[in-house]
Design a protein around this ligand. Structure first.
Ligand SMILES: *Cc1c(COP(=O)(O)O)cnc(C)c1O
Length: 379
């Protein structure tokens, strides 16, 4: 990382007390180039002109916080994170509001989860206010990269990794905290399509006492083979079962799951309870609140494959959907498994799935009042 202190300035923003966010003059792509990307950004393919980076050293704490040009990192080949995956990440989005301002959605919940993740991996946590300050500084600097098309967003990826060059297996003494930003198109740009899922009866995602409840990099490496198998079986996503009995449904890929029991105003939502092996999604939490406000009963409990299969067959389970920051809500149309598959409802997106999806998108994009203070204005 080259320091260009000559053409940098110290903003009024602080990362943590006594550590200002230094704002460098970074090369910016011309508007025409940017607009070309924003016309069809896809997901996770393009990155904005700048990034946030701060460093940590044991005994010194966090230091050298700056907004700098988006560029490759130069790391030592012995960098601990590359060997032992002492590394966590977050995912949240910035949304253009109807008045032209920009807001992130519940960033304090991401900040709190990031602290929990750091502690679990024996890393020094980034204080919650510092996490939010970093994300705010990045969004503010990249205001022009927040796309304005229907349901388009700027996806934000804060992450922390052990940067100490040392091959001993112990918590590192040096860390990097970064945040990068990537414009994201509407997830379902050609209408909402249900996914077909594959029950993973061989591989597991998370075990009791493990790291399933945090966004640690290693979890995702361990999930890829099962996801590849799901695709080979003609499915879009893998569904994870509990590691001990392989009986209860836990998650779908990197989404939490909801099941709709019954229909109409009397419909009940069931979502697997947070046993410690599930990731506590912020979308999941928001949907529990929103659904209750709309008058639906929501229950957090264990939900077995057997109950799912039987319910779909006898008509008591009418809808199933996954939820997460990236796609908000994804309907599940069909389940495939070695033990026999089934089609949910008529295989199309269910009415409650679509109602909740529209409602949460409306909140995030500021189209309905934000009654919970979930939107965090930036700039
Ligand atoms: C990120 C993630 C989710 C969804 O969390 P959100 O906060 O709603 O984005 C669910 N499951 C897993 C495994 C995840 O990594």
């Amino acid at each position: 990382m080259t320091d260009t202190l000559a053409d940098s300035r110290t903003s009024s923003r602080e990362f943590i007390e006594g550590v200002p966010v230094v704002v460098e003059d970074v090369p910016r792509r011309p508007a025409a180039e940017r607009n070309e990307v924003l016309a069809d950004p896809g997901f996770g393919r393009y990155f904005t002109d700048s990034m946030f980076i701060a460093r940590y050293r044991a005994g010194e704490g966090w230091y050298d916080a700056r907004l700098t040009g988006y560029a490759p990192l130069q790391v030592d080949p012995a960098t601990a994170a590359l060997h032992y995956a002492q590394s966590i990440f977050e995912g949240l989005k910035a949304y253009v509001q109807p008045d032209g301002s920009v807001a992130t959605f519940r960033p304090e919940a991401n900040a709190a989860r990031f602290v929990r993740g750091a502690k679990r991996l024996a890393m020094p946590p980034v204080p919650e206010e510092a996490f939010i300050a970093a994300v705010d500084a990045l969004v503010d600097a990249e205001r022009d990269w927040v796309p304005t098309g229907p349901d388009q967003t700027l996806y934000l990826r804060p992450y922390q990794l052990a940067s100490e060059p040392f091959l001993g297996v112990r918590p590192a003494n040096e860390y990097l905290f970064l945040a990068i930003a990537s414009p994201a198109g509407a997830y379902f740009s050609r209408g909402v399509h249900p996914v077909t899922v594959y029950l993973s009866e061989e591989y597991i995602r998370a075990a009791p006492g493990g790291t399933g409840d945090i966004k640690s990099a290693g979890n995702y490496a361990a999930s890829l083979l099962a996801q590849e198998e799901a695709i080979a079986a003609g499915c879009d996503q893998v569904v994870w079962l509990d590691a001990v009995e392989k009986r209860y449904v836990e998650e779908m890929g990197t989404n939490n799951l909801f099941f709709v029991l019954g229909e109409g105003d009397d419909a009940e939502l069931v979502t697997p309870e947070l046993t410690g092996t599930l990731l506590a999604g912020i979308t999941r939490d928001s949907l529990i609140t929103v659904a209750r406000e709309l008058g639906y009963r929501v229950t957090e409990r264990k939900f077995s494959v057997e109950e799912w299969r039987r319910g779909v067959t006898d008509g008591t389970v009418t809808e199933t959907f996954g939820c997460g920051t990236a796609a908000v809500i994804t309907p599940v149309g069909e389940v495939k498994a070695r033990t026999g598959g089934f089609v949910i409802g008529d295989g199309g997106p269910g009415p409650l799935t679509m109602r909740l999806r529209e409602h949460l998108l409306d909140v995030q994009h500021g189209r309905v009042p934000d009654t919970h203070g979930w939107l965090h204005r930036v700039g």
